[in-house]
Write a protein that binds this ligand. Sequence first.
Ligand code: NAD
Length: 252
Amino acid sequence: MELNGKVILVTGGGSGIGAATCRLLGKAGAQVIVADRAGARAEAVAADIPGAWGVVVDVVDAAACEAMVEGIRERFGRLDGAFNNAGITEVTALGGAPIPETHALPLEVWRKVLSVDLDGVFNCLRAEIPLMLASGGGAIVNTTSLQAHISYPRTAAYTAAKHGVLGLTKAIAKEYGEQGIRCNSVSPGVVDTPLTAGVIHSPQYKDMLLAPIPLKRFATPEDIAKAALWLLSDESAYINGATLAADGGYLA
Ligand SMILES: NC(=O)c1ccc[n+]([C@@H]2O[C@H](COP(=O)([O-])OP(=O)(O)OC[C@H]3O[C@@H](n4cnc5c(N)ncnc54)[C@H](O)[C@@H]3O)[C@@H](O)[C@H]2O)c1
């Protein structure tokens, strides 16, 4: 894939899908910025990738996102790609406690999920776009989910946020395509990462979650990373405003 020498930012790069994407980008010759709220994890991932830079950032903090991109400008002088991937679920926001019915969801949990999963993507976009425009264009990929298309009970906040990211992706694609910025999303199915490990391996849920997946396995983080890499590369030069389902056929 055409990624050699490209400067590419990955948020949520310290774990799961983001970390796998950083590693594949590094192998493909990109200069990778590994950004995560967990700074030690970002630095650990970056340490194994030649020329990579590990950065601590909370995507909820718009000023921190701007400072991160300013750091990229100072260090690399340009930004060719961004994978806006950091995200949480209701389970994260509740610290592992059971998710109540939606009418009983604490407001702070609703706000926390929306602030990371939707506002966080916007905060990154508004910081990234000026440097991408100054770089002559670029490719943006946002991480959505099955829940940008369908829902499950007790996942209202996550579903609303991911539907929002799908719309935001289209808005950016329409507005900035003319200026050389493409914006797409990858829609992972059920992926085996620390975010889901507690649920997808539990005897209570495993078979239920596998049943609707035609390929009869959960995705690996690398399965999703490969889809993201293609959307970040020049191989997908005419793809704009689309979502690529990497879900083993679940949505079909
Ligand atoms: N795992 C799945 O089954 C699955 C399915 C569909 C979509 N997704 C989406 O994929 C993305 C990555 O998820 P994952 O499964 O790799 O999870 P993960 O928990 O393994 O990794 C997410 C990373 O994001 C970081 N992060 C969380 N909040 C942050 C913040 N405010 N600022 C900066 N970094 C922050 C975490 O520290 C973590 O390193 C998320 O957007 C998630 O919604 C995951």
